[in-house]
Design a protein around this ligand. Sequence first.
Ligand code: PXP
Length: 274
Amino acid sequence: MTPKTAKAAGRELGIPPIRLGINIDHVATLRNARGGRHPDPLRAAELAVEAGADNITAHLREDRRHITDADIARLRANLTVPLNMEMAATPEMLAIALKTKPQAACLVPEKRTERTTEGGLDVAGQHDLLAPVVAALGDAGIHVSLFIAPELPQIEVSARLRAPAIEIHVGPWCEALAEGRRQEAEAEWRRIVEGARAAHDLGLEVHAGHGLDYATAAIISGVPEIVELNIGHYLVGEAVFSGLYETVSHMRAVMDRAREALRQSDTQAKVGGR
Ligand code: PXP
């Protein structure tokens, strides 16, 4: 079944389709390693859309270690699918979001020293800090999601904050599975499934993300309440393997063609000189 017919069949059975959000932060990380323009996160985003991504996610961090303000502006201006801006709930990020108006914003916790988003947002403990941010984004027509652990208090406060969506942090489940900690993985899985159901029953749209690969994305796509996955690290890493053969072959051909042209002109010059 093609993805389109699978989506249609699911709809007939009352099962919503599942959206794929591609996080392109690592493309910007790679670009920033040299400080130039290559590889361009917008080009990567457009390719991802061509390949079937439903939306593009980019995290504008306080330290701008990967995505920059200019990236967010270019993505917003050029993408044909929704842009989901991951952001900390700070006055600076709120001002940028309200100016740029991405179609969606995912509020995440942020620590300067972390390599990536570590835990979920403590919405239960930060209700008063988050309430005006969620309200301001919502008033601007931005679809807000809250990145949280699948814990009932976090889910209930998310609903009370009137955020339309949550994104369940599935990182601990993915890590436990990858490291063979079976009991922990099973416990995390139960939390995800029960959390997704509880959130759905409270009227929240349920997304999931962090640490997903092909295998875990396939498993989690079997949870009917989850309607969006956001995936980055694994896909950018895998793209190295699925794309390296083609790019090295191309470089080989470019060099060989140039050398062959040199030989031809050299031969002609010698023949002409005789
Ligand atoms: N969702 C959120 C809220 C994230 O912070 C991240 C990482 O930036 C992702 C999804 C994507 O996670 P990964 O890069 O591990 O696929």
